[in-house]
Design a protein around this ligand. Structure first.
Ligand code: HEM
Length: 141
């Protein structure tokens, strides 16, 4: 699905991630709530619990780059759950932007190639999540 070079770039990025996973995700939430205070109420008070799940999910995605098709249903279901959390389609662009800024800060020697590769992966996941939510919404209507 993704070209080999894109997959290698993403894998190498994850391997170059600096700081503990907890720090990375805490930075992500700090950025996110600063950029968009209005999304804060969607999350539980203690985002640390949630934080690990987001990073775990990214790791699973990167480890699954050779067979992402097998995760399509799971990612679409994740999108359905997100709609139930109150997440709107426009939030995905925001989250992708903040996530990208966080990765840029924490991955050493970040380059345009990293930016492109992670952008493609995040777009792919967000599109599937949005599709899942739309389909569930259509089915319920
Ligand atoms: C790249 C796209 C995203 C990924 C991979 C992702 C991943 C996850 C995962 C794995 C969970 C754990 C709960 C579950 O599995 O249902 C979760 C929960 C959550 N996510 Fe996301 N997410 C993404 C985008 C977003 C966006 C755009 C928002 C909107 C602000 C958002 C808000 C939330 C909220 C509110 C929860 C529940 C938190 C809680 O229980 O306190 N996520 N996300």
């Amino acid at each position: 699905m993704f070209e080999e070079q894109v997959k290698q770039t993403v894998r190498s990025g994850l391997a170059r991630l600096r700081g503990s996973p907890g720090n990375v995700t805490r930075d992500f939430y700090d950025h996110l709530f600063k950029a968009a205070p209005s999304v804060r109420p969607l999350f539980r008070d203690d985002v640390d619990v949630q934080a690990d799940k987001l990073l775990d999910m990214l790791v699973v995605l990167v480890q699954s780059l050779d067979h992402l098709q097998e995760l399509v249903t799971e990612i679409e279901s994740l999108g359905v759950r997100h709609a139930a959390y109150g997440v709107k389609e426009e939030h995905y662009i925001l989250v992708a932007r903040v996530l990208m800024a966080t990765l840029r800060d924490h991955i050493s020697n970040w380059s345009d190639q990293d930016e492109n590769a992670w952008g493609m992966l995040l777009d792919y996941v967000a599109d599937l999540m949005i599709t899942g939510a739309r389909e569930a919404n259509g089915a319920a209507a």
